[in-house]
Design a protein around this ligand. Structure first.
Ligand SMILES: [Zn+2]
Ligand SMILES: [Zn+2]
Length: 331
């Protein structure tokens, strides 16, 4: 299976949390959490279209200024998602700078902030550079089933975890992964071309099998084409497998309610990024701080059936003892 997304931790496991998800076939990326992002190149930061912030403890949100500074002067809409109170926090962060010279900017960098509430309601507000980033276009929407983003090829869901404040966990799910069997194309005498991308999109959208589909390519005497019902092409030349799933879980107390939500969100994930802040011998401290131990993180990963587990957010008290945390996670 050729992956469509490439996730990786922004920093080392003892440093600020965050996962950068690069799109392999588009100049685009997503970010889970917005801690220190100085390890990301400006080019990588400029590819970001959506940033999902678990909660606004400083190690999860200090990178806002770095991203803002890079995006200024660009024609770009940046979508930020965060917990209750988030739009006001973004508003105040922006209001802490002086914007008296921005009306003349040729571009209008815009922050669209979405504040998520456990009842499924969300408050959206926009902040336009040219108007000094004042709060505008406020509206309320209702999410269904924690679905934050529903695009043609993937979707993003959230779960509300308890960290003595809301901490949001996220899962990115590719709708399905479509492989083209090149040998079958050859047998059928069908040349490759942009129609294959159109075909993949139709499958990802879940178009019905009887939908007419046109395969086309430039021939010697103009465009050549053949028509098939979508389902027939699917059977003949495609191998459709479930898509990739990437889950991001951080800053959560080990409670039965949190555990159930984490297992549900991360079920069958190809990659589970999960905090493993304390060793289990300090379980009591973890409970007081509303964090997971490495043992608890490993247990949740196995219960969710995650294929690969990437621990992070190690407490600095364990510097030099990284192996011990990793071993405990694998127990
Ligand atoms: Zn926190
Ligand atoms: Zn944290």
């Amino acid at each position: 299976m050729t992956p469509q997304f490439l996730p990786c931790l922004v920093n080392g496991p003892f440093d600020d949390p965050g996962v950068y998800v690069d799109f392999l076939y588009e100049r685009r990326a997503l970010l889970f959490d917005l801690g220190d992002v100085s390890a990301l190149s400006p080019r990588k930061i400029l590819r970001l279209t959506h940033i999902f912030v678990s909660h606004t403890h400083i190690d999860h949100f200090i990178g806002f200024d770095q991203v803002l500074r890079l995006c200024l002067g660009r024609e770009k809409r940046l979508h930020l998602f965060g917990p209750p109170g988030f739009t006001a926090q973004v508003e105040h962060r922006l209001a802490s700078f002086t914007w008296n010279l921005v009306e003349s900017y040729p571009t209008d960098f815009t922050v669209v902030a979405t504040e998520l509430h456990p009842d499924g309601s969300c408050i959206i507000a926009e902040f336009h550079c040219r108007r000094g980033f004042r709060r505008e276009y406020e509206r309320t929407e209702q999410l269904s089933d924690g679905l934050l983003l529903d695009e043609e090829t993937f979707c993003i869901r959230t779960a509300f975890l308890d960290h003595r404040t809301v901490s949001l966990a996220f899962a990115l799910e590719e709708k399905c992964h479509v492989n083209i069997m090149k040998n079958r194309l050859l047998e059928l005498g069908l040349p490759t071309g942009p129609w294959l991308a159109e075909l993949k999109l139709a499958i990802a959208r879940g178009d019905a099998d009887d939908t007419p589909f046109r395969a086309w390519w430039p021939g010697a005497a103009g465009v050549e084409e053949r028509h098939y019902p979508l389902g027939e092409l699917k059977r003949m030349i495609l191998n459709v497998v479930p898509g990739q799933k990437i889950a991001y879980v951080t800053d959560a107390a080990y409670t039965p309610a949190n555990a159930a939500k984490i297992i549900d969100l991360a079920r069958g994930a190809d990659y589970l990024f999960i905090e493993a802040t304390f060793l289990d011998e300090e379980r009591e401290r973890a409970r007081e701080r509303h964090h997971l131990t490495a043992l608890q993180a490993g247990l949740l990963a196995r219960q969710a059936g995650a294929l690969r587990v990437m621990p992070f957010h190690f407490s600095p008290r364990y510097r030099g003892m990284e192996e011990k945390l990793r071993q405990e996670l694998e127990l």
